[in-house]
Design a protein around this ligand. Structure first.
Ligand code: SF4
Length: 370
């Protein structure tokens, strides 16, 4: 990863800054990170090597810009115009700018910015719901060709589906916090954000666990060198149109434990077979009901991103629909939340059989209760 830091030093402005790594690193060598100064690499994009080629020639084409400060920091206002000149000149590079100051963007762009430049990606960081609801409407309203969101450090569950559904955000990245005072990151928040990205077909990267990671209610301390590999191994990153969800390691829930949890849910336990449903089952027979269940699962649930996910299962009209709501098999989000079957992948034959089995089990238990 190639980096261009035209200036160094920053000022903390939001909860995500509390344990800023720039402050941590500078503090360890007795330097004051709040002092902002231009670096010796200020003009790096123009620097040439002995052979006359540009020194800044990233392999993947991307240069992460201003990683030890914020590109839109007010203390750097007088230096920014020259940076835009260099960015304009180096159209061969994608300059990726990550900021917590998206609200200063409009007053910081050059006069010929127009609808945005193809070689500039702007990422707004959103560490919690409050900052997401403040920054993302601004990000969406601005003339930017490439927009991304970075939830790092992720400090709580963040819901951003209403911003993703516009189709203007190209990528979402999330991760925990590192360092000795790291705040915890919970896998459930990662899973929920992933589900939202899957539903809007937005690529999602779970970049790193952070130093304190919560999984299934247990808190783990993760060594620095394991934070990225563990996130990678979890398989939670998602690229639309690929089988990325296949790599997620998951365990189907124990049946009795599942039914116990379902009975504790006010919403799920509201669903029961009506007299009409019971009569329908007795007329058709269990084999036919099972065949209907298989068909509904295959048609409405099995695709990678089913259309209208969350709304594909009617609330009444067939006993299998009732069973689907009661047993949390009604949409891909519920399958992930209750059954650990990840969204963003096609359901395998065995997963479909498992779901059919759960539904038939629920129907049999329901019938036997009278
Ligand atoms: S904006 Fe970024 S670089 Fe600046 S203090 Fe906050 S976390 Fe650190």
């Amino acid at each position: 990863m190639q980096i261009w830091n035209p200036w160094h030093g920053c000022r903390k402005i939001s909860p995500g800054c509390a344990n800023c790594y720039v402050y941590r690193r500078d503090g360890s060598i007795g330097k004051d990170a709040s002092v902002v100064s231009r670096t010796g690499n200020y003009d790096l994009p123009l620097k040439k090597d002995r052979r006359g080629g540009y020194k800044l020639a990233p392999e993947g084409g991307t240069v992460f810009t201003c990683m030890t400060s914020d590109f839109f920091l007010d203390s750097a206002d007088e230096w920014r115009a020259a940076c835009w000149d260099m960015i304009r000149l180096r159209k061969d590079i994608d300059f990726h700018i990550i900021t917590k100051r998206i609200d200063r963007f409009e007053q910081c762009i050059p006069p010929d910015w127009g609808d945005g430049w193809d070689n500039v990606t702007i990422s707004s960081t959103c560490e919690n719901q409050d900052r997401t609801d403040y920054r993302l409407p601004i990000l969406l309203s601005l003339p930017i060709k490439h927009r991304q969101v970075i939830c790092e450090p992720m400090l709580e569950e963040i819901n951003m589906e209403k911003y993703l559904s516009h189709g203007k955000i190209e990528h979402v990245t999330c991760g925990g916090e590192s360092g000795p005072d790291a705040r915890p990151c919970d896998l459930r928040w990662v899973q929920e954000l992933r589900r939202e990205c899957v539903r809007s077909a937005v690529p999602f990267t779970f970049k790193q666990t952070g130093a304190v990671f919560i999984k299934d209610g247990r808190t783990y301390r993760i060594d620095r060198r394991d934070q990225m590999p563990q996130a990678r191994r979890s398989g939670y990153s998602y690229i639309p149109g690929t089988e990325t969800g296949d790599s997620i390691v998951y365990r189907l829930p124990d049946r009795e434990e599942l039914f116990r949890r379902l009975s504790g849910s006010e919403f799920r336990s509201r669903f029961h077979l009506s007299q009409k449903d019971r009569q329908y089952i007795s007329e058709k027979g269990m084999d036919t009901i099972m065949r209907h269940a298989q068909e509904f699962i295959s048609k409405r649930l099995s695709e990678e991103n089913p259309e209208n996910d969350g709304r594909q299962t009617p609330m009444k009209g067939h006993p299998v629909f009732i069973a689907q709501h009661a047993a949390a098999c009604c949409c891909r989000s519920c399958l992930e939340k209750w059954h650990n079957i990840p969204s963003g992948k096609k359901l395998t034959e065995s997963e479909q059989s498992y779901i059919t089995d759960v539904l038939m089990d629920w129907i049999k238990r329901e019938i036997s209760q009278v």
